[in-house]
Write a protein that binds this ligand. Structure first.
Ligand SMILES: [Zn+2]
Length: 176
């Protein structure tokens, strides 16, 4: 397993719709392993393939926050939202591609999601709480959508400007 570098917004690769996974091969398994390792290392609770520069419809997540509880690493291929609750919930969201920026986003409180596992089997599960927010945030990534797209244009521009500055500073550090 290896850590992959996480793309920082703004980046055209974060705005693209990811392509469905057609075959489960060693490359895809390695990508999923690397993404889990990268997510835990960050640390984060979810990561979508476009964030590491891949255009596969693949996301990983683990929303177990209790350090004493067993981890639950999940790999979802071609995830699809099958049902959403009428009830909404608001969470303060962040994103590994938009470091240190947080904002309230309102989404359905519960969702049913279907996906293919690395075992090639179809799965379906109802997610609620943090899991529901996380899976919707990550599926958005596969459709080229970021959590800041839910904010007002002004807030989005402010955050984007900060990220441009951050990337400029990072580029300067690596060339210094
Ligand atoms: Zn994100």
């Amino acid at each position: 397993m290896a850590l992959r570098s996480i793309l920082i917004h703004p980046d055209p690769r974060l705005k693209k719709r990811a392509d469905p996974v057609r075959a489960i091969d060693d490359d895809l398994r390695r990508l999923a392993d690397d993404m889990l390792e990268t997510m835990y290392d960050a640390p984060g609770i979810g990561l979508a393939a476009p964030q590491v520069g891949s255009n596969a419809r693949l996301l990983v997540m683990d929303c177990i926050k209790d350090k004493d509880a067993a981890p639950r690493p999940m790999v979802l291929l071609n995830p699809a939202i099958e049902w959403t609750s009428d009830e909404d919930s608001t969470y303060e969201e962040g994103c590994l591609s938009i470091p240190d920026q947080f904002a309230d986003v309102t989404r359905p409180a519960e969702v049913d999601v279907s996906w293919m596992g690395l075992d090639g089997q179809q799965h379906r599960e109802r997610f609620s709480g943090l899991w529901a927010t996380c899976v919707q945030h990550e599926i958005d990534h596969l459709n080229g959508r970021l959590f800041i797209d839910y904010l007002t244009p002004l807030k989005r521009q402010l955050i984007t400007r900060k990220m441009v500055k951050l990337k400029r500073e990072q580029a300067r550090e690596t060339t210094a």
